[in-house]
Structure formats: C-alpha cells, structure tokens
Design a protein around this ligand. Structure first.
Ligand code: SF4
Length: 323
C-alpha cells in the first residue's frame, strides 16, 4: 500500500532569519498572511484533511513583522501560528506545522493544535549552503527533533539530497534519524527530497541529483531506517514514482488540489488519478491524515483535536472516506 494526504498549503510568511543558498521561498520583501487570508485559503480546501503550515523560521526577528503582529494583537509569531492552527481545526482541517527549529516549550505550546509537526534534518553535517543559516546547524535541528520525541509529537523529518553533501553524509544523516526514532519512536515518515535549483539563488546553476542517485538514497534509507518508519518521495520532484516505490518508498506526501507547492512552484503536483496510474496497479493508493494511522491508533493527539480526528479517521486510522 502507498499513502498520501490531501492538504492545503498555508505559507504564513516568507520572512526567515536563515539564508539557505538554495532557497527560492524566503524574501527580503516580507509578506505576512492575515487571518482573513488564512481563512479564505482554508475555506477553499473542501476535500483536504490537512492544513500544512510552512513558513520561514523565526520571522519575528524582523521589526516590520513584529509591528504587523502587534497590530493584530500578538506579541510573537508563534502565538499567531497557534491561533491559525486553532482556526484550521475549527474549520475541519488538521494542522501539520513546519516552523523551523523550536525549543521544547515552543513545541509544547503548538502541540495541542497540531496533528503532527515537521522539521527536515536536511543533512546532519555542516554545509557551505547553510553558512548564513543559524537554524540549519545540525545540532539545533537534532535537538528540536529529539524534543518533539520527548513530547510524543508524531513527527516528519527527512533529508535534502544534492546540496553539497557526500554520499557518506547521507548515510550518516539517515543513521542519526534512525537513532532518534529508536529512542523516542515518534518519526512518522522520512522524506527523501532532491535539491531543485531556483533562479536568482546562489545555487541556481547547480545540477540537481538524478533520479538514479535519489533511488540509491531511497534504497539506503530503507536499509538504515527502522521498519516502522515509512519513506516519503515527493511525487512532483521525480519523473516517475514507480521505481521509488519498488525500492521501498511508501508515501507520496501531501497533495493539494487548491494551492501550489510554494517551496517548488515550478513543479506542479500530479493529480490523484495520475498517482494511481503511476503505481501500475501493483500497489493500492490510500488516503491518510497528516497524523499517520499508527499514531491515531496509539492516541498520540490532544483533547483539542480528538473529536476532529474521530470524525476524519476510520477504525484503522486512515482517512475514513476512502478514495
Ligand atoms: S530553506 Fe527554509 S530555512 Fe532556509 S532560507 Fe528558505 S525558508 Fe528559510
């Protein structure tokens, strides 16, 4: 079986304290979505179960963002995130928030209104592309992922392939994720994502990894990661998902029918029908929630979202209105 979720992508802000050399999302012309803009995006997502909140890290280091937040009645950005998470739940969608590095207390604050959260490890080694990104220091990312484990937050992580790392760095990064999961048991999926060059960035002329190279990483990941940790391959970033599924990937991530992939806008998501066809009749495609079935069954969610999970999940923990 291969799984996916239907989501709506909420890019709350493009302001970010980091400057990753491959990033086409952050901007110095800061935008901050208003609650009304968030509400209208959520309202469009009729078939989705997941509100994917993805945005720049610690945007309130900037004066203009702090000023806008203050005008909306917030003293910091994460308070605003929590309120927008709550709004999503009230509108029938389960939040999954990618907030960058967070402290234990910040994770604890967001946990009640999130079905799951995420932070890409990227690579567990220092790389030149992260020279101006304090949030990409491996030790601070590992600490965030560990703290999420202590708090029993179902967690998505992954590695970004082709950003200057060697093959043995990839192996090491996967071993780090495996080790964290063996300690806390909270990793619900590991994304193997290929670097995709963006115009106007310092890495615009870098060659992206070939599908063959990515396939090798998926095979390594399947060998290294514990058996209960599924591998996700983003279907809009490879030519054909089938060889990756054959190599052990079992999830195709969040697909949106209403919003683009704001991180990789040049790569539109395939339709559900196209995904089904790409599995060649050999694997069943099944819809899940942003919290994986295992964690639904374990009850790793808060009272605040339990009635919504009860409404959306079937007895196995998948999404109840099956495709
Ligand atoms: S990749 Fe993420 S952390 Fe890096 S600059 Fe872009 S938005 Fe910020």
């Amino acid at each position: 079986m291969v799984t996916f979720s239907r989501n709506v992508f909420i890019p709350l802000t493009n302001a970010c304290r980091n400057r990753c050399a491959y990033c086409g999302f952050r901007s110095d012309e800061h935008k901050l979505m208003t609650p009304n803009e968030v509400r209208s995006l959520l309202a469009k997502a009729k078939n989705a179960s997941e509100a994917l909140f993805t945005f720049g890290e610690k945007p309130d280091v900037y004066d203009d963002i702090r000023k806008k937040l203050k005008a909306m009645g917030y003293s910091n950005f994460l308070e605003y995130v929590r309120d927008m998470n709550e709004l999503a739940v009230k509108m029938g969608l389960l939040p999954h928030t990618n907030a960058g590095v967070l402290s234990y207390n910040e994770l604890k604050m967001l946990k009640p209104w999130n079905a799951s959260m995420g932070l890409m490890l990227e690579q567990a080694v220092e790389l030149e592309c992260h020279a101006f990104s304090p949030g990409k220091k491996p030790e601070v990312r590992i600490k965030t992922i560990r703290n999420a484990g202590k708090l029993q937050i179902p967690f998505t992580t992954g590695i970004l392939v082709g950003i200057g790392e060697r093959h043995y760095d990839r192996i090491y990064s996967l071993e780090v994720i495996a080790d964290i999961h063996e300690n806390y048991g909270h990793i619900q999926e590991v994304i193997i994502q290929g670097f995709s060059p963006k115009k106007g960035t310092p890495m615009e002329n870098w060659k992206p990894p070939s599908d063959e190279e990515l396939l090798r990483v998926v095979k390594d990941a399947r060998r290294i990661l514990p058996k209960d940790v599924p591998i996700q391959i983003p279907p809009n970033l490879v030519k054909d998902v089938y060889p990756f599924i054959k190599a052990g990937a079992r999830d195709l991530g969040g697909i949106s029918e209403v919003t683009p992939d704001y991180i990789n806008p040049e790569h539109p998501w395939p339709s559900i029908e196209e995904l089904k066809a790409s599995l060649r009749g050999e694997f069943m495609l099944r819809e899940r929630l942003p919290i994986y079935p295992k964690f639904v069954r374990l009850g790793w969610f808060s009272d605040e979202i339990s009635s919504l999970i009860g409404k959306l999940a079937d007895e196995e923990g998948f999404r109840c209105s099956n495709i």
